[in-house]
Design a binder for this molecule. Structure first.
Ligand code: SAM
Length: 401
C-alpha cells in the first residue's frame, strides 16, 4: 500500500458484490471518489453520510472504520452486509433456506386460491384480467402473519406468486434476526426483487400492459423466479464472507444527516446527497417496507390507494426541495465543521443548485480551509426503459481540508 501522509495508507476501492440497482449509486465512479477521499484523508474514521446502496462500505472493506448512515433503513441492511456480516458454524446453507421457504409457499399458494398462470399464450385482455384479480388481493383479509407483499403488491411490480416467495423468504430471514447472516438474507432478497420486478429498477411506478410489445416485455419479468435470483446472490455473498467477525468496529445508523454529524468526530465525511427533486423514499418504498415489514398505511388519493402503493409517511429530503436545498447545504457544512472533519462531497452539474453556488457556500462556511473541486465525466443511470437510460453529466467532488 502507498503511504499518503505519515503512517497513513492510501485507501483503495476494492471489488464488492453489487446488491441493488440504485439511482445515484457511485459504484461506477468509485475510483474517482477514492481519489478525492485520499486527497484529504489523514487517518481516522470515514462517515458515509448518505450511504444509499452502501457502495462506499463495500469498496472500503476492512481498510478503516466506516460509519454508514442513511435515513432509509434498507441502506443500513446493505451496509451491514458489506461490513459486519461473517460466517458462523451454524450459518444456514442455501438448501436450508430454500426448504423452509418452499414449505411456506406451498401452503400459502393453496390457500390463496387464485389463478396465476403466465405460461400459456395470453392476449392483452386475458393478461390484464389476471393482473387485476391479483391487485384486488389488497382488499382481502388475511388471517395468517407474513402476508404483506402478497396483499399489497400482487399484480404490481411482482406477480402474486413472486410476492408469496418474497413474504416466505422474509419470514425465513426473521428466524436469523439476531445473527450476522440476517442482513445477507435480506440483501439477497432485495437483489432478487430488483431483477424480478417488471418496473424500471425502482419502485416509483409499475408498468401497465397497454400494447402487445409491453405485454411481452412484462411477461419476461413475471416469469422470473425470485428464488433463483435469491440463490445466486446469497451464494455469491456467502463465498466472500470471512469466518471471523470483523476486527474493525464499523457503525451503521438511520439518522437524518444533521443528527448523524453530531455523533461523528474527526476523520472524513463523505457526503453524497440527493441531486434532484425525486425523493428516494418514493423510489425505494418497497424495499423499505421489506426491511421494516410493518404493514404501513398506504397513501390514499380521492378515497383510493394510489397506484404506486407508497407508504403514507415517507421522508421528504430538503435536498430534493428547491426552496430548502440551499439551507440543507448550509446545515451540512455547519455540521461537518463542528465535527472537526475533512469533507468530500459528491454533486453533479445537473443538480438542484449550481456547483458554483455550493462552492461559495463552502467558502463562507469553512473560512481558512483549503477548498478544491475535482470533476469527471460520467453517465447517470436514469432507470428508464426507453432511449434516455443514461445521461452525460459532469460529476464533481468538493474537497475541504
Ligand atoms: C445520491 S444517494 C446516495 C448514493 C450512495 N452514495 C451510493 O453509492 O449508493 C442519496 C441518499 O441520501 C439519502 N438521504 C436523503 N435525505 C437524507 C437525510 N435528510 N438524511 C440522511 N440521508 C438522506 C437518500 O435516502 C439516498 O439514499
Amino acid at each position: 500500500m502507498k503511504k499518503i501522509h505519515n503512517n497513513i495508507h492510501e485507501l483503495k476501492a476494492l471489488n464488492y458484490p453489487s446488491l441493488i440497482k440504485y439511482m445515484g449509486s457511485k459504484s461506477k465512479i468509485m475510483d474517482f471518489v477514492f481519489d478525492g477521499i485520499n486527497e484529504v484523508y489523514q487517518g481516522g474514521d470515514i462517515c458515509d453520510l448518505f450511504a444509499g446502496s452502501a457502495s462506499l462500505a463495500g469498496a472500503i472493506g476492512q481498510q478503516c472504520v466506516v460509519h454508514s448512515n442513511d435515513i432509509q433503513s434498507y441502506s443500513a441492511i446493505l451496509a451491514n452486509t458489506y461490513n459486519k456480516a461473517y460466517l458462523e458454524q451454524d450459518t444456514p446453507k442455501i438448501d436450508e433456506l430454500i426448504n423452509k421457504a418452499e414449505k411456506i409457499v406451498k401452503k400459502n399458494y393453496k390457500a390463496l386460491n387464485i389463478s396465476i398462470n403466465y405460461s400459456k399464450d395470453l392476449n392483452l385482455v386475458e393478461f390484464n384480467n389476471i393482473e387485476q384479480a391479483q391487485q384486488a388481493l389488497i382488499d382481502r383479509q388475511f388471517q395468517r402473519e407474513w402476508h404483506l407483499f402478497v396483499k399489497n403488491y400482487s399484480g404490481t411490480w411482482w406477480s402474486a406468486e413472486q410476492c408469496l416467495w418474497i413474504d416466505a423468504l422474509r419470514e425465513v430471514a426473521n428466524e436469523y434476526k439476531e445473527k450476522p447472516i440476517y442482513t445477507v438474507i435480506l440483501s439477497a432478497l432485495m437483489f432478487s426483487m430488483a431483477y424480478a420486478s417488471q418496473g424500471t429498477g425502482h419502485y416509483a411506478q409499475y408498468r401497465d400492459a397497454k400494447t402487445e410489445s409491453s405485454l411481452s416485455d412484462i411477461l419476461i419479468y413475471r416469469k422470473r423466479s425470485i428464488l433463483n435470483y435469491f440463490i445466486r446472490k446469497y451464494n455469491e455473498v456467502l463465498e466472500g464472507l470471512s469466518d471471523e467477525s470483523p476486527y474493525l468496529n464499523h457503525k451503521t445508523s438511520t439518522m437524518d444527516f444533521k443528527e448523524c454529524l453530531k455523533s461523528f468526530k474527526g476523520g472524513v465525511v463523505y457526503a453524497d446527497p440527493p441531486y434532484c427533486f425525486v425523493h428516494y423514499s418514493r423510489f425505494y418504498h418497497a424495499i423499505e417496507t421489506l426491511v421494516l415489514y410493518d404493514y404501513p398505511t398506504l397513501q390514499v388519493q380521492k378515497g383510493s390507494v394510489v397506484k404506486g402503493r407508497y407508504r403514507d409517511i415517507r421522508h421528504q429530503s430538503p435536498f430534493c426541495i428547491k426552496s430548502q436545498v440551499k439551507g440543507a447545504f448550509e446545515d451540512l457544512f455547519k455540521g461537518v465543521k463542528i465535527s472537526n472533519s475533512n469533507l468530500v462531497m459528491s454533486y453533479s452539474n445537473t443538480g438542484m443548485i449550481e456547483v458554483d453556488e455550493i462552492e461559495l457556500l463552502a467558502i463562507k462556511a469553512f473560512k481558512g480551509k483549503k477548498i478544491e473541486i475535482l470533476t469527471t465525466d460520467h453517465q447517470h443511470m436514469t432507470l428508464g426503459r426507453k432511449n434516455d437510460r443514461q445521461r452525460d453529466v459532469k460529476e464533481c467532488l468538493l474537497l475541504v481540508s
